[in-house]
Ligand binder design. Sequence first.
Ligand code: TYD
Length: 210
Amino acid sequence: MESAKFITLEGIDGAGKTTQLESLVAWLRERKVPTVVTREPGGTPLGEQLRAILLDKSMVMHPETEALLMFAARREHLDKVIVPALAQGSWVISDRFTDASFAYQGGGRGLRWEKLEALESWTQGGLQPDLTLYFDVSVALGQQRVGAIKTRDRFEQEQPDFHQRVREAYLMRARQFPQRICVIDAHQPVDAVKAAVEHLLNNLLATGSE
Ligand code: TYD
């Protein structure tokens, strides 16, 4: 029996996640896998409005407000997009999900892990991605790649030490959930990263059609 999979992509800003997302989606569509592509924060009309607030660099907010808004957007995203799509047999590919809250609000902003875990279980119960691709790059390389972009959002404009804490928190999360989170070395050339992703997808596709 086919079973729909929930895949999330993560990484510090400039990890090359967006490029990989595009080729991953093309790879699935070539294989006629029904696929819904979405992102966080966002993915719903309400979530996209929250995204605009969260990324607006003129917006000042308490770190807990930031975390609560991320999870509010996520609650809506699960209800309106993720859960219904999976129920209909579509794979769901989300550009970021809860690991980003642990990395950015936990690592970056310094919120306690337990508070985020409470929000996580409140918002999503036991639902977790089947596979999380974490694209790991050094802050220096990430910053260099973001540097090519004209305008930086509220997170991208943070200092290197913020991004270093984000990266460390992602790696900590990956150590905590080694079965679900695959760490991909994103210092490699794009094609090598792509090959690593396709290898993981092949395995997942095989388990989905058992
Ligand atoms: P990003 O995914 O990098 O989009 P773009 O490629 O368009 O810049 O932007 C989303 C930003 O939101 C990113 O800097 C990380 C941040 N974020 C959090 O801080 N916490 C979260 O829970 C999520 C989902 C994202």
